[in-house]
Design a protein around this ligand. Structure first.
Ligand code: NDP
Ligand code: 8X3
Length: 253
């Protein structure tokens, strides 16, 4: 099996790469930070075949160039994990920064679409007789179905991921390509550090006084989703810390 993972340099994507490698799945690992990709290659290439692609998912040309550069033995992709994504800023609509808005829409929505469009022909090209030609897992968020103050554009991008997952499933199920969405609640990663522009104090506070999910918790769920029998599609999963009931309801002690 061969998986293409975006956002593999950190958090959920990195943990997914690790769990896939443990389960003997070859990897195409993507992210902008080359050094991190190289470190991961060193770690995981003892177990499986690892290919690295460094590009910005929100740049159409870079996405196409990167995917076109894949060698002949990397064409038979079975699983696409559309994981790259972030929030930029945490401001009201009246105070929000247009560059942050562009960054989130370009990354979380357009980036997911550009990568999907580039990889899909490789899933569809497999022989028609296969019951399962492959699978796409989009990483959405509780934020796509449950808004919160200052979440505005980020929430809207994750709502778009939810609707795109559903519409992609409608378009692709007869082609034997499964589409799933995994929607996590609070997971301790570099997400808050990016949102708060490297303000470590603010970032740390997001995960304090309760037990957040770990990237491994999400990776284990993703592995569960991709390892079901061909006739089963775990289409849509919300996964929360036991300490969280809604975006704004966290049991802080
Ligand atoms: P991290 O910040 O730890 O990881 C984000 C990943 O996305 C990095 O590998 C980063 O790689 C990559 N990335 C960011 N921008 C770009 C870009 N322009 N081009 C290519 N890659 C990019 O966050 P998480 O692991 O938490 O986030 C992963 C996904 O999970 C996101 O879609 C996020 O919205 C979602 N999510 C996170 C939750 C949380 O609480 N943490 C909860 C719900 C959903 P690099 O910088 O090297 O390019
Ligand atoms: C990330 C979780 O609640 O910070 O999607 O938006 S939240």
């Amino acid at each position: 099996m061969l998986a293409f993972i975006t956002g593999a340099t950190s958090g959920i994507g990195l943990a997914t790469a690790r769990i896939f490698a443990e389960n003997n799945i070859d990897l195409i690992l993507c992210g902008r930070r080359k050094e991190r990709l190289q470190e991961l290659e060193k770690e995981l290439s003892q177990k499986v075949k690892v290919t690295l692609l460094s590009f910005d998912v929100s740049n159409r040309d870079e996405v196409k160039k990167a995917v076109d550069s894949l060698s002949s033995d990397c064409q038979n992709i079975d699983v696409l994990i559309n994981n790259a994504g972030n929030a930029h800023g945490h401001a009201s609509i009246q105070d929000g920064n247009l560059d942050d808005w562009d960054a989130m829409i370009n990354l979380n929505v357009k980036g997911l679409l550009y990568v999907t469009k580039a990889i899909l022909p490789k899933l569809l090209n497999k022989t028609r007789s296969e019951i399962n030609k492959g699978q796409i897992i989009n990483i959405g968020s509780i934020a796509g179905i449950d808004s919160y103050p200052n979440g505005n554009i980020y929430c809207a991008t994750k709502s778009a991921v939810a609707m795109l997952s559903e519409t992609m499933r409608i378009d692709l199920f007869k082609e034997n390509v499964k589409v799933s969405e995994v929607k996590p609640g609070l997971v301790e990663t570099e997400f808050a550090k990016v949102r708060f522009k490297n303000d470590d104090k603010k970032a740390k506070e997001v995960y304090q006084n309760y037990t957040p999910l770990t990237p491994k918790d999400i990776a284990e769920l993703i592995y569960f989703v991709i390892s079901r029998p061909a006739h089963v599609n775990v289409a849509d999963v919300l996964i929360l810390p036991a300490d969280q009931a809604k975006t704004t309801l966290v049991n802080k002690r």
